[in-house]
Design a binder for this molecule. Structure first.
Ligand code: PAF
Length: 279
């Protein structure tokens, strides 16, 4: 497995590949867990070469967010990638990746008005900008994103469509612990007590899904079910509990179109997100 730390090194490696050696790409910020490895395995099943990028992207963190304390266990990440059969890791330094006078950004208008977009201004602009730049460098035939970050995945899918980028986007189902907790790099910040309280998130989502499957289509009622379950777990703060359309990510009153139930909740200082798709 190659570890490529500059854009020039990556391009040189990529140029040495033959045209049939298509790249499946898993962009990450490191701190890899089984959810990322599921994305790698999806690519390994389809693409001749799998490339993982590891880059904690400063552009997508707000000033009061956890950029400085975001975990960066690079050696462990490299070991996991090697064992998973990754062909190359692209792990640039921020100083190589963004020139000091970098000033070009990519924004998908509209889909970032609600959910995490409302709570984290500028976040998706930072995500789209870094992913577009990564796509330009990595030149993948296919890219893999987790459903846990559903707003990110749908925004990036739209970016690829709107800008006619020549690659396929794959959204891979969320991996959960036996407790139901969605895997996330931020779970390492949870104390044992917070981790056990945070299982309320998936319980709330699953209870709401059951009610929806029995014919409950009122967004207020479904959100009430989730809120009840989550409030009983004494969260530090509920950022949002929402029912939105899959097409526009806009809040719904009635779930009569394909929908997403999504939430973001703090336990201690750790902000967790989760969602399920309905319809
Ligand atoms: O999902 C993530 O880890 C990041 O948002 C991504 C897609 C790697 C862009 O920095």
């Amino acid at each position: 497995m190659e570890i490529l730390k500059t854009i020039a090194d990556y391009r040189q490696w990529r140029k040495a590949m033959t045209p049939d050696q298509g790249v499946g790409f898993v962009p990450t910020m490191g701190a890899l867990h089984a959810g990322h490895l599921k994305l790698v395995a999806s690519s390994r099943g389809r693409d001749p070469l799998t490339v993982v990028s590891i880059f904690v992207n400063p552009l997508q963190f707000g000033p009061a967010e956890d950029f400085a304390r975001y975990p960066r266990p690079f050696d462990e990440d490299s070991r996991l990638c090697r064992e998973a059969g990754v062909a190359a890791i692209f792990a640039p330094e921020a100083s190589d990746f963004y020139a000091p006078d970098f000033s070009t950004f990519c924004e998908v208008a509209g889909l970032d008005l609600h959910l995490c977009g409302a709570a984290r201004p500028g976040h998706f602009r930072g995500v789209c900008t870094v992913v577009l730049k990564l796509f330009n460098i990595v030149q993948p035939q296919r890219a893999y994103f987790g459903q846990k970050d559903i707003q990110q995945a749908l925004i990036l899918k739209k970016m690829v469509r709107d800008l006619s980028l020549d690659l396929e986007m794959e959204i891979v189902e969320t991996l959960r612990e036996p407790s139901g907790l969605a895997l996330s790099s931020r779970n390492v910040f949870l104390s044992p007590d917070e981790r056990s309280r945070a299982t309320a998130l998936s319980r709330g989502l699953f209870l709401a899904r059951e009610a929806w499957a029995k014919g409950g289509k009122s967004a207020a009622a479904l959100k009430g079910i989730m809120r009840g379950e989550i409030e009983a777990s004494s969260p530090t703060r509920i950022d949002y509990i929402e029912a939105v359309s899959q097409s526009a990510l806009a809040p719904l009153d009635t779930l009569d179109v394909p929908a997403v139930l999504a939430l973001a909740v703090f336990y201690g200082k750790t902000r967790l997100i989760d969602n399920i798709l309905l319809g």
